[in-house]
Design a protein around this ligand. Structure first.
Ligand SMILES: NC(=O)c1ccc[n+]([C@@H]2O[C@H](COP(=O)([O-])OP(=O)(O)OC[C@H]3O[C@@H](n4cnc5c(N)ncnc54)[C@H](OP(=O)(O)O)[C@@H]3O)[C@@H](O)[C@H]2O)c1
Length: 276
C-alpha cells in the first residue's frame, strides 16, 4: 500500500535528491529540470538534443543548481543502460525517475500508418516502462524513492485525431496503476500526472500533423506552471495530478457524464469531416 493510502503525508525533501528527468531538452521537462535543480535536487537530464541539454545545464549552474546531462534516444535499450550506469557512476545512484519524454501524432487512425503508431508506442510507453524496469534495483536503495510518469488528459479521456497518442498514454496510465501496488514492497512511490494543453512546441513536434480542429497550443498553460505542479507532486507524493482547468473539466465531466463527452466529440468530428 502506498504511503498516501496509509494516510501519511509524504513530504519528500528534494535537497540532494538524485533524479533522472527524460524529455528535458525543451518544454515541460526543461522547466522541471531547472525548477528541480533550483530546489536543490541533483538532476540528470536527458533528451536527444545535446546543444539544448548543454544550455539547460549552463542555466541550472547559473542558478546555483546541479544538472548533469547525457544525450540520447530513450527508445534505445543500450542508451537506457548507459543512462543508469551514468547515474550510478556520477551520482552514486538514483532516488527519482521522471518519465516525461513523449511525442504526439495528430491524425485519424484511418489515415495513419503502422510504423508511426509503433514509434509513438515505443517513445510514450515501452521506453518509460523499460527504463523503470531497469532502474528499480537502483531506486529501491534510494532515499524516499519515486517514479513520476507524465501521461496526458488524453490518457484518461481519449480524443479523436489523438487516438494513437491517447492509446499510448492510456497504456502508461494502466501500467502506472499496477506498478504503484507492485512497487509498494520496495517503498517506491509511483505517481501519475495528466496535464492538459500546455504552451510548448509539442504540436510542431508531432509525428503527423493532419488533424482538422483549430488547435492553439500557444493558448495552453505555461510549461513552468506544469513543472511546478510536477515538482509539488514529487514533494507531496501526490498519486494523480490533473493539471490545468481544461484537463480537470474534461476528466470530471467524463467521469460523471461520459455520454455527453462522446456525443459532443462525435458531433465535432462530423462537422469537421463533413466533406471527406
Ligand atoms: N504540451 C502539451 O499540451 C502536453 C499535454 C499533456 C501531456 N504532455 C506530455 O508532456 C510531456 C512533455 O511534453 P512537451 O509539451 O514538453 O513536449 P515537447 O516540447 O515536444 O518536448 C518533448 C521532449 O521529449 C523528448 N523526446 C521525444 N522523443 C524522444 C526520444 N525518442 N528520446 C529522447 N527524448 C525524446 C524531446 O527531446 P529531444 O527532441 O531532444 O529528444 C523533448 O525534450 C510529453 O510526454 C507529452 O506527451 C504534453
Amino acid at each position: 500500500m502506498s504511503k498516501e493510502l496509509e494516510g501519511d503525508t509524504v513530504r519528500r525533501d528534494l535537497v540532494g535528491w538524485r533524479v533522472l528527468i527524460t524529455g528535458a531538452s525543451r518544454g515541460i521537462g526543461r522547466k522541471l529540470s531547472l525548477q528541480a535543480a533550483k530546489a536543490g535536487a541533483r538532476v540528470l537530464a536527458t533528451g536527444r538534443d545535446n546543444n539544448a541539454l548543454l544550455e539547460l545545464a549552463a542555466e541550472a549552474t547559473r542558478n546555483n543548481g546541479e544538472c548533469q546531462t547525457l544525450p540520447g534516444d530513450i527508445t534505445n535499450a543500450v542508451f537506457r543502460s548507459e543512462l543508469l550506469a551514468f547515474a550510478e557512476d556520477k551520482m552514486g545512484g538514483l532516488d527519482g525517475l521522471v518519465n516525461n519524454a513523449g511525442q504526439g501524432t495528430w491524425n485519424h487512425v484511418r489515415g495513419g500508418d503502422e510504423a508511426t503508431f509503433r514509434s509513438i508506442m515505443e517513445t510514450n510507453f515501452f521506453a518509460p516502462i523499460e527504463l523503470i524496469r531497469a532502474a528499480v534495483p537502483m531506486l529501491r536503495h534510494g532515499r524516499t524513492p519515486a517514479i513520476l510518469n507524465v501521461s496526458s488528459r488524453c490518457g484518461r479521456c481519449a480524443l479523436p485525431s489523438w487516438s494513437e497518442y491517447s492509446a499510448s498514454k492510456a497504456a502508461l496510465v494502466g501500467m502506472t496503476e499496477s506498478l504503484r501496488t507492485e512497487f509498494a514492497r520496495f517503498d517506491i512511490d509511483v505517481l501519475l500526472a495528466l496535464p492538459g494543453k500546455t504552451a510548448t512546441d509539442f504540436l510542431d513536434n508531432c509525428a503527423r500533423i493532419e488533424g482538422k480542429a483549430d488547435l492553439k497550443f500557444s493558448d495552453g498553460m505555461p510549461p513552468a506552471r506544469v513543472a511546478s505542479v510536477l515538482l509539488g507532486a514529487l514533494r507531496k507524493g501526490t498519486r494523480e495530478s490533473w493539471i490545468g482547468s481544461d484537463a480537470r473539466w474534461m476528466l470530471l465531466i467524463r467521469r460523471f457524464f461520459p455520454g455527453i463527452v462522446r456525443r459532443l466529440l462525435a458531433r465535432k468530428v462530423r462537422q469537421l469531416y463533413a466533406t471527406t
